[in-house]
Ligand binder design. Structure first.
Ligand SMILES: Nc1ncnc2c1ncn2[C@@H]1O[C@H](COP(=O)(O)OP(=O)(O)OP(=O)(O)O)[C@@H](O)[C@H]1O
Ligand SMILES: [Mg+2]
Length: 294
């Protein structure tokens, strides 16, 4: 059974922390308001800052099932909402006796049994309240966004052959975007907006320590410092929280006790993943670390 939503911003914050998600101030506030006002949350920000993870955490806090629609270029209603199971319909028609009237067959093959339900349909028809994650909405085109708008405003759809399907419960909806295209004003207007950026050093330290608890605090601090240094450079792809965590775990496995210039050189590909970025980082950060060590 779904749990009652926490009753204050602070309670929401503790709820998220309790399930392993360390929210910033705005995150707890927006999550609280979204559940109370029944509005979708639009989360934007660079890669790997915890957008998808927030939806998973919300589902845990609210004790609801997470229904996830992963968006991609060319995603259409048939893959997002529903489509008719043509094969099964065909088999059904073939199995009919020759003399059955078409009307009879038609009534039969456009029933629920022949519907392939996709994530959005699954979300609408769910008997228990859910959290709906529409991940990377910016990858789809504007037509898809328009369809989604309609769905998000009244949570019902009409299937021509079957009639109207209405949601039985109100889902908590979270949409994420990496900003690869500007979303429409119409969509933004309907959502509460949450911008997730790279965290402050203290916040990131807490996240890294949560994911790599065995790591010494001094080394964790050093990792966060160096990552911040790397982010300050003008890179194609700055390291995200996900990469800080990977790096922390790697250094733990390797038994490193400091980020020496050697350790940095041999492991920096864990946080920097572009050929040209690697050159810049090796030169600029490598030199700084060397000076600090000398
Ligand atoms: N606030 C946080 N508390 C705990 N863990 C976090 C937090 N933010 C990020 N993480 C960790 O960072 C990793 C990356 O997060 P996530 O996959 O949600 O990023 P994303 O923003 O969805 O990235 P992308 O845009 O690439 O999909 C996750 O494994 C998650 O555990
Ligand atoms: Mg994601």
């Amino acid at each position: 059974m779904a749990a009652a939503a926490p009753d204050s911003v602070a309670a929401f914050g503790s709820g998220l922390r309790a399930v392993g998600y360390l929210p910033g101030e705005a995150t707890a506030l927006v999550s609280f308001l979204a559940t109370k006002l029944g509005k979708p949350i639009l989360v934007e920000g660079p890669a790997g800052v915890g957008k998808t993870e927030l939806a998973k955490a919300l589902a845990k806090v609210l004790d609801r099932r997470l229904v996830r629609l992963q968006c991609y270029e060319g995603l259409d209603e048939a893959k997002a909402l529903y489509e008719w199971n043509y094969r099964k319909q065909l088999l059904r028609i073939q199995a009919e006796r020759q003399d059955t009237a078409w009307e009879e067959v038609q009534d039969d093959i456009f029933g629920e049994e022949f519907l392939l339900s996709r994530p959005l349909m699954d979300a609408i028809t769910s008997e228990l309240p859910i959290v709906l994650l529409i991940d990377e909405i910016d990858k789809t085109d504007q037509e898809f966004e328009a369809m989604l708008l309609e769905l998000l405003s009244d949570f019902q759809i009409t299937i021509p052959e079957l009639g109207r399907v209405e949601a039985r419960t109100m889902p908590v909806v979270l949409l994420t975007s990496n900003n690869s295209r500007e979303l429409t004003e119409a969509l933004k207007r309907r959502c509460l907006y949450l911008w997730l950026d790279y965290p402050s050093p203290e916040h990131e330290l807490a996240i890294v320590r949560l994911h790599a608890p065995e790591l010494a605090e001094t080394l964790a601090r050093r990792i966060v410092e160096v990552v911040a240094m790397v982010r300050d450079l003008d890179l194609k792809k700055p390291p995200s929280i996900a990469e800080s965590i990977d790096w922390a775990r790697a250094l733990l496995l390797l038994g490193a006790d400091d980020v020496s210039p050697e350790v940095f050189r041999s492991t920096m590909s864990i946080i920097v993943k572009h050929r040209t970025d690697l050159d810049i980082v090796a030169e600029r950060v490598g030199v700084k670390l060397g000076m600090a060590a000398a």
